[in-house]
Design a protein around this ligand. Structure first.
Ligand code: TYD
Length: 133
């Protein structure tokens, strides 16, 4: 499956809205881990690596930021700015999170527990593994 934005249910209520995701309703994988990125200083970038096997789903629970995906030959930018949709990121995409707004909160769930061996942190290594120039 390619990267894609996934709309989430939005239960509109005058007491406040509610959204959710679960496997197998919205997510294409079972969640093994949840983490979040917050307090990002202006101008900072997170990520800039790829995962060999890990898949992720990213939601801007608050504020906004961009997720830039590079498959080795083409670059796609997704702007996340609402808590009722998120981005599915398959394994083997170089991914960066950037352009964070003040007080933004990135929620990330993945199908693997943390494993540094799953990271590809060097872009040249990534291109070699993808077999692109
Ligand atoms: P990293 O994944 O490189 O951050 P990002 O991609 O958001 O810029 O992780 C930064 C550090 O945090 C790294 O030393 C590993 C640690 N870490 C964990 O221990 N567990 C986790 O679930 C994550 C995502 C990171």
């Amino acid at each position: 499956m390619n990267p894609k934005l996934i709309n989430l249910p939005k239960i509109v209520d005058k007491r406040g809205n509610l959204s959710f995701f679960e496997f197998s309703g919205q997510l294409p994988f079972e969640i093994a881990r949840t983490y979040w990125i917050y307090d990002v200083p202006g101008g900072e970038m997170r990520g800039s690596h790829a995962f060999r096997a890990q898949k992720e789903f990213i939601v801007a629970l608050s504020g906004s930021f961009d997720v830039v995906l590079n498959d080795g030959s083409k670059i796609e930018k997704f702007s996340l700015n609402r808590s009722y949709f998120g981005l599915y990121v398959p394994s083997m995409y170089w991914r960066s999170l950037e352009n964070f707004s003040t007080n933004s909160l990135a929620l990330i769930v993945s199908n693997k527990v943390y494993d540094e061996a799953d990271y590809i942190r060097n872009f040249d290594d990534f291109k070699k593994i993808k077999n692109v120039q």
